[in-house]
Design a protein around this ligand. Structure first.
Ligand SMILES: NC(=O)c1ccc[n+]([C@@H]2O[C@H](COP(=O)([O-])OP(=O)(O)OC[C@H]3O[C@@H](n4cnc5c(N)ncnc54)[C@H](O)[C@@H]3O)[C@@H](O)[C@H]2O)c1
Length: 321
């Protein structure tokens, strides 16, 4: 896909990953429209672009079919990043992932079909889509066996996107992300631990037994890998795992954060069990050989990425001992 001097719509473009993708795409003289309802993000993430001629922000929802139809006129590529990103929220309210992720993606696909938009980039999720895989690191060829409704929603989205490629001649690439971390992220284990320790530096509650082991990728590496995979994509439907070669336990993440905040004698309390919440996948490491074969590799090791992100959280939200 050519991603220079194109007209691109980015759903969820005010969010964590989406806004970093925006920062990259705007450098390439693209005309960008960001569609975001700001339900889990802040306009601050894209405010430096708001006055630019080639940038337009539309506060709106992917559930609004008429809005999508009106925005997709003459668009070349859709980057579809809008979703309920919180796996845990769907435990109590499973319909959210269906309405926003599955139906929202269907709405985007239909608006693309009706407006003859041929190219799509989709933000999928490696860990939750594969579920409790018995092959680790897990390659793209592993069958989707999600154990959370969030994972199921991403698998359903991919199935619809694949069908639109086969049926209506769409070209699409699905990027199956590991846990992505870094500035502007406001969810996930590192954010949660930081906020808990900010409230009470003496104690940290860890969900599960802390032995869950997963892979994390720093946002700058994520953006580089995503852009490379998109640029190399030619025709039809393809999927890429985007993650790192390394993984880390929740206990070690806690140790790094406690140390980075200069805390001592923090009492750790575990909620128990082998996972943080129903649907949590305790072990996740993606096989990233396909994306590496394109010439990419992670530049920021996990532990350094966590430290950088914690430093940003301290600056952003304030932290006094
Ligand atoms: N962060 C990760 O580790 C990770 C991992 C795998 C996949 N993903 C996927 O990447 C994408 C971006 O995630 P993120 O971590 O940047 O989260 P995020 O919450 O920062 O970004 C999601 C964006 O979508 C917007 N949004 C939500 N519902 C919407 C709706 N109905 N209409 C319009 N906009 C809506 C939110 O306001 C937000 O700006 C999501 O699709 C997520 O599922 C993220």
């Amino acid at each position: 896909m050519n991603i220079t001097e194109q007209k691109i719509l980015i759903t969820g473009g005010a969010g964590f990953i989406g806004s970093h993708i925006v920062d990259e795409l705007i450098k390439r003289k693209n005309e960008l429209i960001v569609l975001d309802n700001l339900s889990s993000s802040n306009i601050k993430n894209i405010e430096n672009h708001l006055s630019k001629d080639n940038f337009r922000f539309v506060k709106g929802d992917v559930r609004d079919v008429d809005l999508l139809n009106s925005l997709l006129k003459d668009v070349d590529i859709v980057f579809h990043y809008a979703a309920n990103p919180d796996v845990r929220l769907s435990v109590e309210r499973p319909e959210i992932d269906f309405e926003i992720n599955v139906k929202g993606t269907f709405n985007v696909l239909e608006a693309m079909r009706l407006n003859d938009v041929k190219n799509m980039v989709f933000a999928s999720s490696g860990g939750t889509l594969y579920g409790e895989a018995d092959v680790i690191p897990t390659p793209e060829s592993y069958p989707p066996r999600p154990i959370s409704v969030y994972g199921a929603s991403k698998a359903a989205c991919e199935a619809y996107i694949s069908a639109y490629c086969g049926f209506y001649g769409l070209n699409a690439i699905s990027l199956r992300y590991a846990n992505i971390i870094g500035p502007r992220s406001n969810h996930g284990v590192i954010y949660d631990f930081f906020m808990k320790l900010k409230r009470n530096p003496q104690e940290l509650e860890i969900l599960g037994d802390g032995k869950q082991k997963k892979s994390y990728l720093y946002i700058s590496d994520c953006v580089k890998a995503s852009i490379l995979a998109v640029e190399r994509h030619q025709k039809g439907f393809d999927v890429f795992n985007i993650g790192s070669d390394d993984w880390i336990t929740v206990n070690e993440i806690a140790r790094i954060i406690i140390e980075r905040l200069g805390l001592k004698n923090v009492k750790i309390k575990y909620t128990g069990g082998d996972r943080g919440w129903p649907g949590d996948v305790p072990l996740m490491l993606l096989d990233i050989s396909r994306i590496k074969a394109l010439g990419w590799k992670p530049e920021i090791p996990i532990r350094e990425g966590i430290a950088l992100y914690v430093d940003w959280l301290k600056k952003e939200y304030g932290y006094d001992l």
